[in-house]
Design a protein around this ligand. Structure first.
Ligand code: HEM
Length: 218
């Protein structure tokens, strides 16, 4: 394609959106397990009647978790084996992130970036850790429900508490992630690339000049 650069492969796009969509369903049904929806009349909204039944909400939570966990395991093995480590933080990312965020709101000049922005690399580790704890505590809850493992009541409540707390952290990370993509116009070409896989060469030259140099060297 002319004047375009390949940013994401089809595999990466499917990977991102299957984790994102199942993640949204998990957030929604996870909150529904608390339970909140009867109290706030969500169950009265047309099409949301099913959320009044705990069994339905938990079932949908389980189904979405299969997609989510499969996506996470695929992500770790696929990128681990391919040695795609572009999203792991580098030295100096914290101070560069502050500059990138300041530049997004019009203060100062953005430092040159590699394929990913320094704040994306930091966010990746943050959301990654949250997801790992969520997944492990979620799996422990299932094994306990299936009576494959027996937990003392204290251990069970600690596990549930960690799952709920990391669930809220996940919701917070999700809002920040979607917010930074949608609120800042400078990030919109990245959103387009998450659907098409391609990004304008001009955008890369301007914003991801370190990545651009690497591409041109090959
Ligand atoms: C549970 C939900 C989601 C998870 C776990 C997730 C995770 C990620 C991760 C790990 C990245 C890589 C780099 C980064 O941190 O920016 C990323 C990139 C991205 N995500 Fe998400 N995401 C989710 C939902 C969404 C949604 C709903 C949108 C739509 C607004 C979205 C749009 C993007 C975009 C535009 C990128 C940037 C790609 C690039 O740099 O080219 N994500 N996401």
């Amino acid at each position: 394609m002319k004047n375009k650069i390949k940013r994401h492969t089809l595999i990466e796009i499917i990977e991102h959106w299957s984790i994102a969509l199942s993640g949204i369903v998990l957030l929604f049904t996870g909150l529904g397990c608390l339970p909140l929806y009867k109290r706030y009349y969500i169950t009265e909204i047309p099409g949301f009647g099913w959320t009044s039944d705990f069994y339905n909400v938990t079932m949908v939570h389980y189904i979405a978790s299969v997609v989510f966990v499969a996506g996470v395991i695929f992500h770790i093995f696929y990128h681990g084996l391919r040695k795609d480590f572009g999203l792991l933080p580098k030295k100096g990312d914290l101070s560069k992130s502050i500059k990138v965020i300041a530049a997004m709101i019009g203060i100062g000049k953005e430092p040159p970036s590699d394929k990913y922005l320094p704040e994306q690399r930091i966010a990746y580790v943050g959301i990654g850790l949250i997801i790992l704890i969520l997944t492990v505590t979620g799996i422990i809850k299932i094994l306990k429900n299936l009576q494959w493992i027996v937990l003392s009541p204290t251990m069970e409540s600690i596990n549930t508490l960690i799952h709920t707390l990391t669930g809220f952290l996940f919701m917070f990370a999700f809002i920040v992630h979607v917010g930074t993509v949608l609120l800042f116009k400078s990030n919109w070409p990245l959103l387009k690339s998450m659907f098409t896989g391609w990004i304008d060469e001009e955008y890369v030259k301007r914003r991801h000049s370190i990545w651009y140099e690497k591409i041109k060297m090959h």
